[in-house]
Design a protein around this ligand. Structure first.
Ligand SMILES: Cc1cc2nc3c(=O)[nH]c(=O)nc-3n(C[C@H](O)[C@H](O)[C@H](O)COP(=O)(O)OP(=O)(O)OC[C@H]3O[C@@H](n4cnc5c(N)ncnc54)[C@H](O)[C@@H]3O)c2cc1C
Length: 605
């Protein structure tokens, strides 16, 4: 650091932060400083080896957040990982590259976000990654015909951005990937169109943010930061935690961000660093709102309760927290079916064999996260029973709303259920037992079927717990606080029974075999499914929405240019700005938002 004044200060060198660092520092006349609380984990095998992502939990690479006890999940506390290192959560996530749907984006525009729609976002969503052509064999067995348009100009998808992506090879997928697709075809849900084209249902083998050759993780750190690390106008400080944004009054009710207060581990103690142009918060869904509140921007009651002077009153900071709640049932497999159970049980011989295969040949279970097949589905019950569907739609229409964005959630869900062209849940298989329901692990080998609710009506909050910046925020997702989420998810969970009973997946399972929990035997009983929904729900780690982009009176914290209402020179760019959770896993949206934000910021400075 040669100067303590930079044009831009980026708070958080995570998924979004490093996209901005790359794109904005492309102009050599602009100086940039990135402040990242964590370290550099790029060489850490837990980060680089795709199959080890879960081993980052509760390490120095993880903020290790927990929720408050969740009333509707039988009072359980949910652990929520978040990356604390360069690359942020893109350095510890499960690497699935899943696109949102067109209707997800078009709903954002209806909140007053002019020009945030599918048409304007599609180039960003397809442009941040480069997808390698799958092997011929994998292409056939995993039915990747839907992706063939992508190869019209050679071996990689034609839009070609910095994030390398690939499909799992046949050996990694084993028979499960193929059986997954055939089973949904047999259930009457074939893939309806290319999932990257905005509206599809049905099964497909998804791509992952994994280098096709080295089979190592691709994060925003190695995709966006490494290639430009040598730029003289780009400074990155690790182990440096920002405590608040400094605001200077600029007129009666208006403030400008002038810099940040931060503290570096083992450094010079507390520092003030000034920004000549802008401070950009990229600290993620839990910590961008925390920093706003610590800086005096938020709900006056909450700030006052912690003795913080209110500079900009906005009751919506830290509200609108949404996530994909997920449930899973594990089924014992037929003897001899290859699963990852011995790895989960930390069997030394299994770990050694997997690591040996990975190191020597880039083969085996460590080459992927094991989450590589997906299906978005509507509620099957409603497809066959329009009376039930209409009854449910009526309940949705009459449901109570507590947040200004709630009625948009309601209208998104209603139109999805009405036209059935898109799913209301994401299903995926996993070749090992999941212990999502409380209880110990069963002996044996398992296939787990997971289902995650795409468009929940429930939303929660994240707020500071103290004026002390080192204290973690209070995270309360209020999962299932909307009763219709239980109703909808129970139907999806019950459908797992049907998937498991349909060929060819059924032939992989042991008849009358063990399951992960006694309550996981649901049969056709909707009430049992509801009980299981409360007992076994957990996070799919897709939290978003706490600094929502919307009109201020409609629950917004940032405007469509991602500027914080009431403060000049301050933006938020990360998962927290998504006003409504998309159907997809969230990294694709974060990359796309950050790429677009770079264009917005360049055009306005
Ligand atoms: C275990 C797990 C698995 C997941 N799997 C998938 C998946 O397979 N596919 C998918 O699409 N999505 C997945 N996600 C979600 C996705 O990765 C995240 O939504 C996305 O990466 C979030 O990006 P972000 O930029 O908002 O935040 P982050 O990437 O988390 O970046 C925030 C950064 O800010 C830093 N920071 C925070 N506070 C401060 C401060 N005060 N001072 C300095 N620095 C600070 C953090 O250390 C971090 O580096 C997963 C998430 C988790 C946790």
């Amino acid at each position: 650091m040669e100067d303590t004044r930079y044009d831009f200060i980026i708070v958080g060198g995570g998924t979004a932060g490093l996209v901005l660092a790359n794109r904005l520092s492309n102009d050599e006349n602009v100086s940039m400083l990135v402040l990242e609380a964590g370290g550099n984990g790029d060489e850490d095998p837990r980060v680089a080896v795709p199959g080890l992502f879960r081993t980052n939990a509760n390490t120095e690479n993880d903020w290790a957040f927990t929720t408050t006890p969740q009333t509707n999940l039988n009072g359980r506390v949910i652990n929520h990982m978040q990356g604390k290192l360069l690359g942020g959560t893109s350095s510890i996530n499960a690497q699935a590259l899943i696109p949102p749907s067109a209707s997800d984006l078009n709903a954002w525009e209806k909140l007053g976000n002019t020009n945030w729609n599918w048409e304007t976002m599609e180039p960003y969503l397809k442009g941040f990654f480069t997808l390698s052509k799958p092997e011929e064999d994998a292409s056939k067995r995993l039915d990747l015909a839907w992706s063939k348009d992508s190869w019209s100009k050679g071996d990689v998808s034609h839009l070609g951005g910095p994030v390398k992506a690939s499909f799992a090879d046949v050996q990694e997928e084993g028979p499960l990937g193929t059986a997954w697709i055939q089973t949904f075809n047999n259930l009457g849900y074939p893939l309806t169109q290319n999932p990257f084209d905005g509206a599809s249902t049905g099964p497909y083998s998804g791509a992952s943010t994994i280098d096709p050759v080295t089979r190592t993780r691709i994060s925003s750190s190695n995709a966006y930061y490494h290639p430009v690390k040598g730029r003289k106008n780009l400074y990155v400080l690790t182990a440096c935690t920002v405590e608040k944004v400094l605001l200077e009054q600029n007129g009666a009710d208006c403030y400008n961000a002038t810099g940040v207060q931060c503290v570096q581990l083992g450094g010079k103690g507390r520092m003030i660093i000034n920004a000549k142009k802008e401070v950009i918060l990229c600290a993620g869904v839990f910590q961008s709102p925390k920093l706003l509140e610590l800086s005096g921007i938020g709900n006056p009651d909450i700030l006052g309760g912690h003795g913080i002077d209110v500079k900009v009153a906005n009751p919506y900071v830290g509200t609108n927290l949404q996530d994909h709640l997920m449930h899973s049932i594990s089924f014992e497999t037929r003897d001899g079916f290859p699963t990852r159970d011995s790895l989960l049980r930390r069997d030394p011989a299994a770990i050694q064999a997997a690591m040996g295969a990975y190191k020597a040949h880039k083969l085996g279970p460590f080459c992927s996260s094991a989450v590589t097949s997906f299906a978005f589905l509507p509620v099957d019950d409603f497809k066959n029973n329009l009376q039930q569907r209409d009854l449910f739609l009526d309940q949705v229409s009459r449901s109570n709303t507590k947040h200004p964005i709630d009625h948009h959630r309601v209208s998104v869900l209603k139109s999805l259920i009405q036209d059935q062209r898109e799913g209301t849940a994401q299903y995926f298989p996993y070749a090992a037992q999941a212990t999502l329901a409380q209880g110990s692990m069963q002996p044996g080998n398992f296939i787990t079927f997971v289902v995650s609710l795409s468009h929940p009506l429930s939303s929660g909050t994240v707020h500071i717990s103290s004026a002390d910046p080192s204290v973690k925020p209070t995270i309360d997702h209020q999962y299932l606080s909307h009763p219709l989420d239980v109703e909808l998810q129970a139907r999806h969970v019950r459908y797992i029974e049907k998937i498991a009973a349909t060929e060819p997946l059924s032939t992989l399972l042991k008849p009358k075999g063990l399951r992960n929990h006694p309550a996981a035997f649901i049969g056709n009983d909707l009430e049992k499914a509801k009980e299981y929904v409360r007992l076994a729900g957990t996070t799919n780690w897709h939290s978003v929405g706490t600094c929502a982009m919307a009109l201020r009176e409609s629950g917004g914290v940032v405007d469509p240019e991602l500027r914080v209402y009431g403060v000049g020179n301050l933006r938020v760019v990360d998962a927290s700005v998504m006003p409504l959770i998309p159907q997809s896993n969230t990294q694709s949206m974060v990359y796309a938002i950050a790429e677009r934000a770079a264009d917005i910021i360049r055009n306005s400075n």
